[in-house]
Design a binder for this molecule. Sequence first.
Ligand SMILES: Nc1ncnc2c1ncn2[C@@H]1O[C@H](COP(=O)(O)OP(=O)(O)OP(=O)(O)O)[C@@H](O)[C@H]1O
Ligand SMILES: [Mg+2]
Length: 247
Amino acid sequence: MSSPAKIPSGVPGLDEILGGGFPRERVILIAGGPGAGKTILSTQFLVNGAMKYGDSGVFVSLDESKEHVQREMSQFKWNLDELEKGKKLAFVDASPIRHLPGEVKLGKMTVGKRDFSLISLVEGVRKGFESVNAKRIIVDCLASLTFNYPDPIQRRTGILDLIEALAETKATCLLTTELRSSGLERGVELEEYLAHGVIVLQTIQVGKSFLRAVQVVKMREAQIDLQPRPYRITENGIEVYPSETIF
Ligand SMILES: Nc1ncnc2c1ncn2[C@@H]1O[C@H](COP(=O)(O)OP(=O)(O)OP(=O)(O)O)[C@@H](O)[C@H]1O
Ligand SMILES: [Mg+2]
């Protein structure tokens, strides 16, 4: 079977370790600790899509408001506002779902916070997708949704529903998530089994220093470089060094 076509991230060095880019039309998890660069990496994927490859995109934010994201990303000279005005980007602010009460009244019906969050998120994704005919979608960050699901079976169903809704759009989707443990013995989270691919951003201690390393842990239907590779966050965004090793 031939491998699915690739969609380049345009992130220097990353496409090399991915064998050309992300598998098109798939849902990929970007897992990382706090400040690892999850939001930067996924925004870079959208901005490069729009600026270099003519792909429109959707930014679904579960964590931060649009103004907050725009301000943080403007330091890389990425003008999200301009891309939005040019219909190359749609911003879906899904952060209000974090502040929902335990139950929500819909007409005569009462819906639990969890179901309502997922329904509104999927609705937001669809609207954003249709408004720009998106080829790329990012959802940042899944943890804001999954903390509603203490029960693993319900969590699995919730994550699968979201992945299915994203996959149905036929856009290539990045879903960021928090890494609760790191290092060589880190635990594997449920969502890592459910996504088509998983990329981990983490800090690794080498001797007395700490290095940022990116590792492609899983990518269905693709040959990948499993070696953790160093990356840096610079004024241009993320740069990966695909031929350098950590150890
Ligand atoms: N101009 C810059 N030069 C170097 N490093 C930077 C620059 N701007 C931001 N950073 C680094 O990027 C990190 C933040 O990146 P980002 O917001 O993408 O992380 P994140 O993984 O999304 O974090 P969170 O878990 O808080 O959402 C900061 O911790 C900082 O170290
Ligand atoms: Mg972030």
